[in-house]
Design a protein around this ligand. Structure first.
Ligand SMILES: Nc1ncnc2c1ncn2[C@@H]1O[C@H](COP(=O)(O)OP(=O)(O)OP(=O)(O)O)[C@@H](O)[C@H]1O
Ligand SMILES: [Mg+2]
Length: 293
C-alpha cells in the first residue's frame, strides 16, 4: 500500500466505479470517473498491472481481489479503525481472515471474502471476461460482507456468543478477534452440556429476537476457548420468514447436536431443542451419557 501513488489509487477507484456501473472498465471510463487524464490513467494502469492489482482483458481492465482489499484497508486506516495488518489466521474456501491492529494496540480480525476466487481465476485464464462478470463477482463479495455485518449487528446486545462487528468496507468485514479454536478440532471443554446450552441459546435468541437463522451452523463455524463459545460466519443467514426456514433451522440443529452426541456424549432430543429454539418450550433438559469418544 505504501508504494502506490495518489494517481494509482484514483485509477483503482475509477476502475471500481466503472466496473460497478457498467460491468467492465476501459481506461476512458476510469479516467472520467477518477477525474484524471487518460494518459495518466494508462501510465497508472501499467504500474498497477505489474503489481497484479489490475488485469487487462483486451481493451478493458479488471481489478483483482488484492486491489479491492487494498482499497478497503486504506479506508479502515483512513477511518482510524486499524493501523496495521498482522498474520493470517485462517485461509478458507470463500474467505481469508487476518489479524489487524488498532492504533492502541488492540487486536481485530479482518475477513476478506473471496467468493468465486477459483472460477474467477479460470475465467481470467480463458481471457474471456464477460461484461457483467466483473460486476458480478465484485458485487457478490461486497454483498456477502455487508450481509455479515448487518447480521452480526442484529445480534449485538442480544447474545455474547457472536463476534462484535466493527465495520464493513467493500468485500471485507472488521471483527472483534476471538481467541478460540474451531469445535471440529474437538477441544477439551470445561462443561460440554453447558457449552451446548450456550450454542442453543444463541440460536434461540437469533431466531426469536433477531428473526434470523445462521443456515450454515456446524462444528466448523463455532469457536471456543473451552469455557465460552462464539457462533461465527453469518453472511448466508436467512430470515425466519424464509420459505425454507424450518428445514434450515433443523439442519443447523441436527449438525450441532450430532457433533455433541458423537464427541462429547451430550444427548438431546432434536424436536425438543427445535421447540425450545422457536420459543414453543421455555426450558431444556440436557443429559450426558458415558465418557467422550
Ligand atoms: N472474529 C474472528 N476472530 C478470530 N478468528 C476468526 C474470526 N472470524 C473467523 N476466524 C477464523 O477464520 C476462519 C474462517 O472464518 P469464517 O468461517 O467466518 O469464514 P468462511 O468463509 O466460512 O471460511 P471457510 O471457507 O474456511 O469456512 C474461522 O474458522 C476462524 O478460524
Ligand atoms: Mg466458515
Amino acid at each position: 500500500m505504501k508504494v502506490l501513488g495518489e494517481e494509482e489509487w484514483k485509477t483503482l477507484l475509477g476502475l471500481e466505479r466503472a466496473s460497478m456501473k457498467y460491468g467492465f472498465a476501459d481506461p476512458g471510463m476510469a479516467s472520467r470517473l477518477a477525474g484524471i487524464p487518460v494518459e495518466r490513467v494508462n501510465f497508472a494502469l501499467d504500474r498497477l498491472s505489474r503489481r497484479d492489482l489490475v488485469r487487462a482483458r483486451g481493451a478493458n481492465f479488471t481489478l483483482t481481489f488484492s486491489a479491492i482489499e487494498a482499497l478497503a484497508l486504506r479506508e479502515y486506516v483512513r477511518r482510524g479503525l486499524i493501523s496495521a495488518l498482522g498474520a493470517i489466521i485462517a485461509k478458507g474456501k470463500e474467505s481469508d481472515v487476518y489479524e489487524a491492529f488498532t492504533e492502541e494496540g488492540g487486536l481485530l480480525a479482518v475477513k476478506f471474502f473471496k467468493i468465486g476466487r477459483t472460477s474467477f481465476r479460470d475465467v481470467a485464464r480463458k481471457r474471456s471476461l464477460e461484461r457483467s462478470e466483473t460486476k458480478g463477482w465484485i458485487a457478490r463479495n461486497y454483498e456477502a460482507a455487508k450481509k455479515e455485518l448487518s447480521s452480526l449487528r442484529k445480534l449485538e446486545g442480544l447474545t455474547k456468543s457472536v463476534p462484535r462487528a466493527i465495520a464493513h468496507d467493500r468485500s471485507t468485514v472488521l471483527l472483534e478477534e476471538l481467541s478460540g479454536v474451531k469445535l471440529v478440532e474437538r477441544p477439551e471443554l470445561d462443561d460440554p452440556p453447558l457449552i451446548l446450552k450456550e450454542i442453543i441459546d444463541c440460536v434461540r435468541v437469533a431466531y426469536t429476537e433477531a428473526g434470523m437463522i445462521n443456515a450454515d451452523l456446524s462444528e466448523y463455524n463455532i469457536l471456543t476457548d473451552g469455557r465460552s463459545v462464539w457462533l461465527i460466519d453469518w453472511p448466508q443467514a436467512v430470515r425466519t420468514t424464509h420459505p425454507n426456514s424450518a428445514a434450515l433451522l433443523q439442519r443447523d440443529l441436527h449438525t450441532v447436536l450430532k457433533f455433541f452426541r458423537r464427541v462429547y456424549r451430550v444427548l438431546l432430543e432434536e424436536s425438543e431443542v427445535a421447540d425450545y429454539v422457536v420459543g414453543r418450550r421455555a426450558t431444556l433438559g440436557i443429559r450426558r451419557a458415558g465418557p467422550a469418544s
